[in-house]
Design a protein. Structure first.
Lengths: 169, 706
C-alpha cells in the first residue's frame, strides 16, 4: 500500500508516494539520498538515526514516513556542511568526539535537540530540583540525556566535552 | 622531536566529512535501481535442512529472487586451509546447518520493505540434531589446538608444581569470561554491482586485500575483475576483518538479476552471521615468597571454538612475557561447539586473559598484604622470561609509577569496605596491561603534482583509528609540506596492498611504507625532478627484530568505583590509564583509541554478555537492548596518558600498536576496585549487581559493613 506524504526536509519540500511500511529513516536514506542519517539497529536502541522533527530529537527508525505529513525534518546535512559547520559539528571535530564517525550524525542531532530541551526547562532523571531551572549546563545532565546515543568507539568523554563547549556558546 | 607535525594532536582530516554526514560508508553507496536482499537465518543450532518452501515468498509483491541451497549458484568449496580471512566463503552451499542464525536463504525484492516482509514467508524445515552449546558442560570435548597466532599452545619453564608448592602465599582461582559481540555501530552490509564480468563490492571490511581475495575466490573469478571499496567503516573491532555472507549473496544475486543488489544484516543477525569473542574458562595459579617475588605462574585457558571453523582465544599468550617467575606454565585448549564462528575481537587473547591474570595478581597482593602496584614492581623481569630475549622497549614500571602518582593511589583504602560515600562503598583498583606488538608487510604509493600536492594511496582502512590523519602527518612530515596539501586515499582494492586494520598493526605496518615512498619522492626532488608528475611506491616489511626482541606495548590502569551497599550496583567514578606504545603519531586520535579501549574494558567488567540459550545454541539477547555496552551515563572521567617513547625494533618510525592496548587489563582494574570497595571477589564476568549482592550478603561481609 502506498501513502502520500508531504514533508519538509532541511528546508526543501517533498511530495512523495511511499510504501506505508517505510520508516522515516529509510525514506531519508533510500528515497531522498540523505545518507548522513545512519541505521545502527532499526529498533530505537542505538540512536544513530536521531534527527530533529519540528525541532524535537527523534529516532527516525521508529517513525513511519506516513506519519510525517506536514512535518519539518532537520538531518545532519541540514545543520551544516563542510564549508560552514554548525557550532556543535565544529565542537565534535575539535574535541575528537568520535572515531569511526558512524554514530556521530545521531549524536550531534541528539545534542542539538537536548540543548533545546534544557533551555525549555525539561528535567531528566538526574535533575535534583524539578522546580528550579538549570542555571548551567552540567556534565551529569549531558551524560544522562545523551544515553540513548550509543558510541561503540566509546568517545563519550570527548563527546561530552564537545557538547559542554558548544552548549556554552 | 620538535618542529614536526608528527605526534601533534591535530584534528582528524576526515573529521568534517564525518560530522556533516558526507562520509560515505558501505550502506551509503549509490547505485541505479538497486534491489534489496534480506537474509533468512537458521532456527536450529545443528541439523539438516529438509525443505525450503519458497512459494509464498516468491509470490509476495516486489520479490525478484529467492535463493537457498537448492538453487544457489556454484561457488568455491569451504575449506579450512589458508588465511581464514582471505579464503572462500561460500554461502547457501549445503543443506547442513552449523549453528543457530546461519544464513539459509536470501530474499531479494524491489524495495527493502518488500524484501523484509517476504523473508518472513520463507518456510524452512529441518532434521534437527542434538548439538553441543555449553562450554563448561562440554569440557570433555576439549582438545589441544595446533598453534596460536603467538606460537605454541602450551609452554612451560622450570618446575611449576615445585615452584607453586614453595610459595608462601598462593592463589588458585578460576575466572570465566562470557561470549562478547563486537557490535560496531555500522551494520555489516554490501552493495554489489556488475559491469559485464567486472564486480564492484562496497562493503565494510577492515582488511580490503583479504576480502578482495575472499570474494574473488568464492565466486571463482579473476582477482582483477573484482574491486572492493571500504572508504569509511563504522567501527570494526575485529568484527569486520573479513567479509560475510552479505557480500557474497549480494554479488550472486546481482549477477543473476543483472542489477545492483544491497544486502545488510540486521542488528540481530550481526550476533550470529558475523563473528564473536569466544567464552573462556581460565584457571590461574600464582605463588610468591613473603618477599613478594613470584615463584610460579600458571595460566590455563579453555575457550569455545566453532565446530565449523577453529579459532583459539590465546588468553595466556602474553602471560609468558608479563612478569618474572622461575617456574611457569601456560596451556590453551579449545572446545568445539555447534556455535557461530568465533574470531578476533579487540585484543583477542589479551583482553580476556588479563581479566583473569590481573585479577589474580590483585588477589595475591592482598594475601601478601602488599600494595598491588608494589607486587608488580617486584616482579619486573630483566628480559622476556620464557623467550630469553631482550624486550624491544618496556616501560611498565614507568606506567605503574606515573599512574599511581597521577591517580592519587596513595589514598587507596588498604582494607576493603572501609571507604564510604553515603550509600556507596568506594574502592580503588589497578591492573597492568600488555599487548603483543605486530607488524606485517605493506605497500604505499605516493604522488606529487606540480603544486606540491601529495596523494597517498593504500588499501589500508580507517575504522575510526585515525589512519587517514596519521598517514597525512607522516607524508607532510617527510616531504615538508603543510598537511592541507596531503590527500590520503584508503579502502580500495585498486590501491597498493596492506594488511589493513587488525591486531593494532595498521600504523606500524603502513607508516614506514608511506614514509619510504615519500623519501623516494624527496630524492627525486633533490635530484632536480618535479615537483609535478612524481610518483613512488615503497614496500615495507618486518625483519628479524620480531624474533630477536620481545615486542609488546604496555600500560597501567587505575580505577575508582562506587558499589551500592544495598543493591550491589557498581558505578565507575573515574579511571586513568598510562601507556607505553612507542612513538605516537597523533596524540589526539591515539588518546581517543586508548580511552575507547579502557571503556571497552569497563564494559567487559560490568556489562557485556552474549547469553547462550543452552538448549538451542542461540544468543538470546541479540540486540542492543539486551546486550549491554557502556553508554554516556556509565562513563565519567576517563583519561589516558601516553609516555613518550620510540621503539626502533618495532619499525623505523618507532611506533607500537595503540588500538587494542587500552582494553587490556582495564576490566581487571574495575574488578579489583570492586573488591577494594566492598570485599567481594567476583571471578565470573561480567560483574553484575546480582553477583555483587550475593557476596555482600555473605555473613562476613554483612558484619564488616555494620
Amino acid at each position: 500500500m502506498t501513502v502520500d506524504v508531504g514533508l519538509t526536509v532541511n528546508g526543501a519540500h517533498h511530495d512523495l508516494k511511499v510504501d506505508s511500511r517505510t520508516t522515516l529513516l529509510d525514506l531519508l536514506r533510500e528515497h531522498l539520498g540523505l545518507t548522513g542519517t545512519k541505521k545502527g539497529c532499526d529498533h530505537g536502541q542505538c540512536g544513530a538515526c536521531t534527527v530533529l522533527v519540528d525541532g524535537v530529537r527523534k529516532n527516525a527508525c521508529l517513525l513511519l514516513a506516513a506519519s510525517m505529513d506536514e512535518r519539518g525534518i532537520v538531518t545532519i546535512e541540514g545543520l551544516g556542511n563542510e564549508q560552514a559547520l554548525h557550532p556543535m559539528q565544529a565542537a565534535f571535530v575539535a574535541h575528537d568526539g568520535f572515531q569511526c564517525g558512524y554514530c556521530t550524525p545521531g549524536q550531534i542531532c541528539s545534542a542539538v535537540g537536548m540543548l533545546s530541551e534544557i533551555k525549555r526547562g525539561l528535567p531528566s532523571a538526574v535533575t535534583a530540583d524539578l522546580e528550579e531551572p538549570m542555571v548551567e549546563l552540567q556534565e551529569a545532565e549531558v551524560r544522562e540525556r545523551m544515553s540513548g546515543n550509543i558510541c561503540r568507539c566509546a568517545a563519550y568523554p570527548n563527546i561530552v566535552a564537545a557538547i559542554l563547549d558548544a552548549g556554552k556558546a | 622531536m620538535p618542529d614536526t607535525i608528527l605526534g601533534q594532536p591535530i584534528d582528524r582530516i576526515d573529521g568534517k566529512a564525518k560530522v556533516t554526514g558526507a562520509a560515505r560508508y558501505a550502506g551509503d553507496a549509490r547505485a541505479a535501481q538497486p534491489a534489496f536482499g534480506v537474509i533468512v537465518t537458521s532456527t536450529v543450532g545443528r541439523g539438516t535442512i529438509t525443505k525450503v518452501d519458497i512459494k509464498e515468498a516468491q509470490a509476495a509483491p516486489g520479490v525478484v529472487l529467492v535463493m537457498s541451497h537448492e538453487n544457489a549458484p556454484a561457488q568455491a568449496p569451504f575449506k579450512h586451509e589458508g588465511d581464514r580471512h582471505a579464503r572462500p566463503k561460500p554461502q547457501l552451499y549445503e543443506a547442513r546447518v552449523h549453528y543457530y542464525g546461519e544464513p539459509v536463504a536470501l530474499v531479494v525484492a524491489d524495495t527493502f520493505e518488500q524484501a523484509t516482509a517476504a523473508a518472513r514467508l520463507v518456510r524452512v524445515s529441518y532434521q534437527t540434531e542434538v548439538g553441543a552449546y555449553d562450554l563448561a558442560g562440554s569440557r570433555r570435548l576439549a582438545y589441544t589446538p595446533a598453534e596460536l597466532v603467538q606460537g605454541k599452545p602450551d609452554s612451560s619453564l622450570g618446575d611449576f608444581d615445585k615452584g607453586f608448592a614453595a610459595g608462601a602465599q598462593k592463589v588458585d582461582a578460576t575466572y570465566t569470561t562470557p561470549y562478547q559481540s563486537h557490535n560496531p555501530m555500522e551494520l555489516v552490509g554490501s552493495l554489489a554491482q556488475w559491469d559485464g564480468d567486472r564486480l564492484t563490492v562496497h562493503c565494510a571490511t577492515q582488511m580490503v586485500d583479504a576480502s578482495h581475495h575472499s570474494i574473488a575466490s568464492t565466486l571463482q573469478i579473476p582477482l582483477e575483475n573484482v574491486e572492493v571499496i571500504s572508504e569509511y567503516i563504522g567501527g570494526g573491532f575485529g568484527g569486520k576483518l573479513p567479509i560475510y555472507g552479505d557480500a557474497i549473496l549480494a554479488a550472486l544475486a546481482a549477477k543473476q538479476l543483472k542489477r545492483p543488489v544491497k544486502v545488510t544484516l540486521t542488528r540481530q543477525q550481526m550476533f550470529s552471521v558475523t563473528t564473536h569473542r569466544a567464552a573462556t574458562i581460565q584457571r590461574v595459579r600464582l605463588a610468591a615468597g613473603s618477599d613478594g617475588k613470584l615463584t610460579a605462574i600458571a595460566h590455563e585457558v579453555i575457550s569455545q571454538s566453532a565446530r565449523l571453523d577453529e579459532f583459539v582465544e590465546s588468553a595466556a599468550a602474553s602471560t609468558r612475557s608479563m612478569y618474572a617467575a622461575p617456574n611457569r606454565l601456560t596451556r590453551h585448549r579449545v572446545v568445539p561447539l555447534d556455535m557461530p564462528v568465533s574470531d578476533s575481537m579487540r585484543a583477542p587473547g589479551d583482553a580476556v586473559g588479563q581479566l583473569a591474570i590481573e585479577q589474580a595478581m590483585d588477589e595475591l597482593a592482598y594475601k601478601l598484604d602488599l600494595d598491588p602496584v608494589e607486587l608488580r614492581l617486584r616482579n619486573e623481569p630483566q628480559e622476556d622470561p620464557e623467550k630469553h630475549i631482550p624486550y624491544s622497549t618496556r616501560k611498565l614500571v614507568e606506567c605503574l609509577q606515573k599512574g599511581a602518582a597521577e591517580f592519587g593511589w596513595d589514598k587507596r583504602p588498604r582494607t576493603p569496605g572501609t571507604l564510604k560515600d553515603g550509600q556507596w562503598l568506594v574502592g580503588f583498583g589497578m591492573a597492568g596491561a600488555i599487548r603483543g606488538n605486530y607488524r606485517r608487510p605493506a605497500t604505499a604509493k605516493v604522488r606529487m603534482d606540480e603544486n606540491r600536492h601529495v596523494t597517498v594511496e593504500m588499501d589500508m582502512t580507517d575504522i575510526g583509528t585515525g589512519s587517514y590523519t596519521i598517514f597525512a602527518q607522516v607524508a607532510a612530515d617527510a616531504l615538508g609540506v603543510p598537511i592541507e596539501q596531503v590527500t590520503v586515499r584508503l579502502g580500495d582494492s585498486s590501491y597498493p596492498q596492506t594488511p589493513g586494520s587488525g591486531g593494532s598493526f595498521g600504523a606500524a605496518s603502513c607508516a614506514p611504507a608511506v614514509h619510504d615512498a615519500c623519501m623516494e619522492i624527496k630524492k627525486k626532488l633533490d635530484a632536480g625532478q618535479g615537483p609535478g608528475n612524481l610518483q613512488a611506491e615503497a614496500k615495507s616489511a618486518p625483519g628479524e627484530e620480531f624474533k630477536k626482541f620481545s615486542q609488546y606495548s604496555y600500560g597501567a590502569h587505575f580505577a575508582e568505583v562506587g558499589v551500592d551497599a544495598a543493591t550491589g550496583e557498581v558505578r565507575l567514578r573515574r579511571m586513568l590509564g598510562v601507556f607505553d606504545a612507542g612513538r605516537i603519531y597523533n596524540s589526539k586520535t591515539a588518546r581517543s583509541q586508548l580511552i575507547g579501549g579502557m571503556i571497552w574494558g569497563v564494559g567487559s567488567a560490568l556489562h557485556e554478555n552474549a547469553v547462550v540459550d543452552l538448549r538451542y545454541g542461540q544468543f538470546v539477547n541479540h540486540d542492543l537492548a539486551g546486550y549491554h555496552v557502556p553508554v554516556h551515563a556509565d562513563v565519567p572521567a576517563v583519561d589516558a596518558i601516553m609516555l613518550p617513547g620510540f621503539d626502533d625494533k618495532s619499525n623505523e618510525m618507532g611506533s607500537k600498536g595503540v588500538g587494542e592496548l587500552g582494553i587490556c587489563g582495564a576490566g581487571a582494574a574495575v574488578a579489583n576496585a570492586i573488591y577494594n570497595a566492598c570485599g567481594v571477589r567476583v571471578r565470573d564476568y561480567p560483574i553484575t549487581p546480582d553477583k555483587v549482592l550475593n557476596g555482600l550478603m555473605r555473613p562476613a561481609n554483612v558484619a564488616q559493613q555494620r
